[in-house]
Design a binder for this molecule. Structure first.
Ligand code: SF4
Ligand code: SF4
Ligand code: FES
Length: 335
């Protein structure tokens, strides 16, 4: 512990930072920087101090310093962080004084914290993130919206395109065609805007196999990562609904999986894993999952008779009629 000029208490810590220059380095390295950190300093202040007090070549993006431009998104100990919003001491406490600064995606690093975000922008552009409308160049009155219509997209409108959700998404790491949570949040935002006319096109783009919302594994990492609390996974759920409602969703393994889940809930009130597989993939498709099925059987998650035609072995939940009523109230979709 020490004191800075203003007399406030500071803490001496060593910060590790990812260093890499795509033009000169074959592999990245991690360098350590020791400094006194005050209670009001942000992660962005620490990055400034690395650059100003230790190594002028340290590179990162920042602009607004107020959580508005989205430029300073990085990862601290693997956790998506908006550097200009995050108090440093809070994270140092959380991680026992050991923090490592890394770019949002190490494999896309160009220089230190700066990454090539072109995949993010390409996917963002793919969903037409703007109001598509044949606007009268000389309108006689303004285009009005009700408060309810406005509230429908208000939170998704706060997206600052920082990419924190995009580069935290495991589905995107595994499948580079996947559009990703930020693009879906943008697709939702403009599709529910009553002035927009490209909703069907966006719903089709976000339905397409491999790229669309049905490849989301619902891990909630995007909701966790978003510094603006936009909750992209919630928008993904709404896109699912809109695709059903507007007849864009077609019967395939993914949509039948969702329907199968609902069917099981209605029948027994329990998640019937075996029934979901047979419903969405058919009895032949079921054989692909035999190894997993044996493992689940061993763990007591399913029983041998589950999924066998004409044997309904699933017990029923005590308050099944309540569950069925809730489903009826909530249900808007039919395949
Ligand atoms: S919930 Fe879906 S979109 Fe969000 S991070 Fe997980 S896989 Fe990606
Ligand atoms: S949805 Fe949130 S995390 Fe994703 S880009 Fe927008 S502001 Fe960033
Ligand atoms: S510098 Fe703009 S969001 Fe951090």
């Amino acid at each position: 512990m020490g004191e800075n000029i203003a007399g406030a208490t500071t803490r001496k810590v060593t910060i590790k930072a990812f260093r890499f220059n795509a033009e000169t380095d074959y592999l990245p390295s991690y360098k350590s920087y020791t400094m006194e950190v005050g209670k009001d300093e942000l992660i962005l202040d620490l990055m400034n101090r690395i650059k100003w007090e230790h190594d002028g070549s340290f590179s990162y993006r920042r602009s607004c310093r107020h959580g508005i431009c989205g430029a300073c998104a990085i990862k601290v100990n693997g956790k998506a962080t908006l550097a200009c919003k995050q108090n440093a001491i809070e994270l140092l406490d959380l991680f026992d004084n050991e923090i490592t600064l890394e770019p949002s995606s190490t494999k896309r690093a160009i220089k230190d914290m700066i990454i090539d975000k072109s995949d993010f922008w390409d996917k963002h552009a793919a969903v037409k993130p703007y109001v598509v409308s044949d606007v009268d160049p000389r309108p006689e009155s303004e285009s009005k919206q009700s408060i309810a219509e406005f509230n429908n997209f208000l939170d998704s409108d706060l997206c600052i395109q920082c990419g924190a959700c995009h580069y935290s998404c495991p589905a995107l790491e595994a499948n580079s065609d996947f559009l990703g949570p930020a693009a879906f949040a943008a697709a939702y935002r403009f599709t529910v805007d009553p002035r927009d006319e490209a909703g069907k096109e966006r719903l089709q783009t976000t339905f397409d196999a491999g790229a669309g919302v049905w490849d989301c594994v619902k891990c909630y990492e995007c909701a966790e990562a978003c510094p603006k609390e936009i909750n992209p996974i919630e928008k993904i759920g709404k896109l699912h609904n809109m695709q059903f409602e507007q007849g864009i969703a077609k019967s395939n393994v993914a949509t039948r999986h969702a329907e199968g889940f609902l069917r099981g809930m209605k029948k027994s009130g329990y998640l019937d894993e075996a029934d979901i597989v047979t419903y969405s993939e058919g009895y032949l498709g079921m054989y692909k999952h035999l190894t997993t099925a044996f493992k689940m059987m061993k763990a007591g998650k399913i029983h041998w008779q589950d999924g066998v035609p004409f044997i309904d072995s699933m017990p029923k939940i005590k308050n099944l009629s309540e569950v069925q009523k809730l489903i009826e109230i909530a249900q808007t979709n039919k395949l």
